[in-house]
Every structure is written in C-alpha cells, then in structure tokens.
Design a protein around this ligand. Structure first.
Ligand code: BV8
Length: 240
C-alpha cells in the first residue's frame, strides 16, 4: 500500500452494535412502530414534540448505559499514536468514541456530523448544553431560561454539521476508512466517492456488504470488534 499520511474515518451504528446500542437496520428502522425516518425529522418535532423528545430521552438513557468496545478503543489508540492527519467523522450520536480514551469530549478530531445525543440545543438562544437527563419534561434552557430545548441532532432534511471541514479532509486524505455503516444516508454515503475521486485509497470494515461496497478498493467483512483492532495494529505497525 502506498505511504499513508492523512486518514479520514467514517463510523456508523455498526461500530457501537457490540456495545449494545441498536443499529437502525437491526430495529428495522422502527421505534414504537414509528419509522425512524418519521420521528427523526423537524416536521415530526413540530407535529408531536413530546413523541420526538421521548424517542431521544430513550436513546440518551441507552447511551448512558453502554460502554465503548474494542473497536472504539482501537480508534482511540490510533488517535493517540498516529503521527499524520486523522479525522474521525461519526454518524453516531453516542459518545463512545470519546469515552474510549484518547479522544475527549470536544476533541476536534472527533466530528459528530449528525449531532450528539448527550447535547441539548436551545432554539431561542442557540446555546448547546451537555444533557444527560430528560428533555420531554420541558426543562428551561440553562443559558436563557426559555422553554425551547430540542435534541442537538441533525434530522432528515437538516444540514449535517461541519461539512466544509469534512470535505476539506476528504480532499487531503490518502486513506478513507468506513466502519459499521450501511451507506444508506447522504451526504455521508457519498464520502467514499469524494475520497476516491481525490485519489484516496478506500477501505470498508463492516459486518456485511453495504450500499456503497462497490465504491471501495477493499471491503473486509466481520464484526468491528475484531476488524478494527487488527486494522489499527496494521496501520501502527506499518508506521513504525
Ligand atoms: C440532508 C441522527 C439536505 C438521527 C441521522 C427527502 C427530503 C430530505 C432529504 C432527503 C430526502 N430524500 C433523501 C434525502 C437525503 C437524506 C437521506 O439520505 N435519506 C435516506 C433515507 C435516503 N439525508 C438527509 O436528510 C441529510 N440531510 O440531506 O440535508 C439539505 C441541503 C441543504 C440545506 C439543508 C438540508 C441528513 C441525514 C441525517 C439524518 N440523521 N442520524 C438519529 O440518530 O436519531 S441518520 C442515521 O441513519 C445515522 O446517523 C446514519 O447516518 C444513518 C444510517 O445509519 P448507519 O449508521 O449506517 O446504521 P445502519 O443501521 O443503517 O447500518 C449499520 C451497519 O453496521 C450495517 O451495514 C451493519 O451490517 C453493520 N453492522 C452491524 N453490526 C456490526 C456492523 N458492522 C461491524 N460490526 C458489527 N458488530
């Protein structure tokens, strides 16, 4: 493999599956018989804010009850030891990458493009506050006091966060690695093409082939808890 300096990693729900967090596909995209696409939208929030707040209250509790697995820990080791460029973009709203070790909350190298389950966003003053309890109870914004808190989540039809940074990193990437995602949702699902068109090598680590598998130079099938530590050992071994 040619020399690798800059790496961009994209993770999805599959990397957190072995920590016990349900993936979107495993739940057949359903929650209380609602399609996730029908709950995770600004329209659903406008129509039935309590339903949507309860959905994210449940997800917040689930996040707080889970622990990082060996795949998160391996990426944290890579984050700590890799000498070149590294950007970890996650579609996940859990904080398992941060809790895995080297990465810490607010680490600019962990980019939650679809927001964070443990963050509340005030639609009155735009403040974002770490949140680990219920929002369905309608608590006031800690900054401005308004009753205007929503989950700090990018819903369908909303623009994902920090896209400029992501595309800039994809343009510089020598290697793009996708871990535990079905490649079903855009713009994340298009990153492999962006990277490839800019000359990066592309690697997919997933339990099964995904919507985007044809775009990867290499796909390795298996659980993230096995594939990711082995890949990180390979990268760090190669760097030595
Ligand atoms: C945008 C946060 C435009 C929420 C998520 C009509 C109207 C509006 C937009 C659209 C439209 N039609 C299409 C679109 C675009 C839309 C889209 O792509 N829709 C899809 C359904 C076709 N995208 C959007 O709306 C995006 N925004 O387009 O904005 C715009 C433009 C200008 C100005 C303003 C706006 C925003 C999308 C973000 C939605 N939010 N998450 C929440 O979490 O509740 S999406 C959510 O689903 C995830 O974040 C992720 O992105 C996506 C898929 O999830 P995955 O992570 O891939 O999980 P999944 O279960 O699918 O797959 C798991 C994989 O892991 C599987 O492959 C499995 O095999 C594997 N696996 C399982 N176990 C393991 C494993 N692998 C390894 N080891 C294991 N143990």
């Amino acid at each position: 493999m040619p020399k690798v300096e800059n790496i961009v990693i994209l993770t999805g729900a599959g990397i957190s599956a072995e920590s016990g967090l349900e993936t979107f596909r495993a739940a057949d995209g359903l929650w209380e018989n609602h399609r996730v696409e029908d709950v995770a939208t600004p329209e659903a929030f406008a129509r039935d804010p309590l339903l949507v707040q309860r959905f994210y209250d449940m997800r917040r509790v689930a996040i707080m009850e889970t622990l990082p697995n060996t795949a998160h820990e391996a990426l944290a080791r890579l984050d700590a030891e890799w000498q070149g460029g590294l950007l970890l973009v996650t579609q996940n709203i859990d904080d398992l990458h941060e809790r895995a070790g080297a990465m810490y909350a607010g680490d600019p190298r962990v980019l939650h493009m679809h927001g964070e389950g443990l963050s509340a966003w005030c639609t009155a003053c735009d403040a974002r506050t770490r949140w680990t309890t219920s929002l369905a109870d309608g608590p006031p914004c800690p900054v401005c006091g308004a009753n205007a808190l929503r989950p700090d989540i990018v819903w369908f039809g909303e623009m994902p966060y920090r896209m400029d940074e992501i595309y800039a990193a994809l343009r510089e990437a020598d290697l793009f690695v996708s871990i535990g995602t079905s490649g079903a949702v855009y713009p994340a699902a298009g990153f492999v093409r962006e990277a490839r068109e800019c000359g990066a090598r592309t690697l997919e680590l997933n339990l099964e082939s995904s919507h985007g598998s044809a775009w990867f130079h290499e796909t390795r099938l298996g659980p993230a808890s096995l594939l990711v530590p082995a890949w990180v050992d390979e990268m760090l071994g190669m760097a030595r």
